[in-house]
Structures are given as structure tokens and as C-alpha cells.
Write a new protein. Structure first.
Length: 101
């Protein structure tokens, strides 16, 4: 198993991590749709992130929430095949987060 690629994020007083992969000239992550972070991203179109798990210095990045089932499946399969995913039991209730510099 390879080393997981992780993004640390925050919104308000909430913090967490995503597994991510570079994909099609961007980087993407999977998330459950019905969460506070997704509501926050849909409202602000951005999220505070860092690639340094020990840092408290975050950059604001633009983020798209993509719920298209075919695209979610494509990213799910890719992340599963590259052994870099938290989710392993299907795409039900998931969306893709696509980050932009």
C-alpha cells in the first residue's frame, strides 16, 4: 500500500482531512454529500486547506462540488485502484470535490 495523499481542511471551528489524488490537471477528493463542510463549500465556493498535516497555516482554495454520478464513479474507481481512498463501499451519498489553484 502506498502512502496516502492527504489534505487538511478547516471551516469555522471544524477541521478534518481528505484523501486526494491528482486527476486531469487538478486534484480531487471524495466526500459524503450531507456534511457541514459540503454546505460550507456550496455557500462560499472555497475551503481553507493545507497539504502540511502539522501546519496551522491554511490557503483558501476554490472548490467545486460535483454530484454527477458518472464522474463520482470515475473518481471513486480511480482512487480505489490507486489505493488512496477512505471510502470503499460504493458511491452512494458521495460527491467529488475538485480543487482549483
Amino acid at each position: 500500500m502506498g502512502k496516502a495523499k492527504l489534505i487538511k481542511f478547516r471551516h469555522g471551528s471544524h477541521k478534518g482531512m481528505f484523501h486526494y489524488v491528482p486527476y486531469d490537471n487538478a486534484f480531487v477528493a471524495l466526500s459524503e454529500i450531507n456534511t457541514g463542510k459540503i454546505d460550507y463549500i456550496k455557500e462560499t465556493k472555497a475551503l481553507d486547506i493545507t497539504f502540511d498535516m502539522h501546519s496551522e497555516v491554511y490557503d483558501i482554495m476554490s472548490v467545486d462540488v460535483i454530484e454527477d454520478k458518472d464522474y463520482v464513479q470515475e473518481i471513486y474507481d480511480y482512487m480505489l485502484n490507486t489505493d488512496n481512498t477512505y471510502f470503499k463501499s460504493g458511491i452512494e451519498g458521495l460527491c467529488v470535490l475538485k480543487f482549483h489553484k
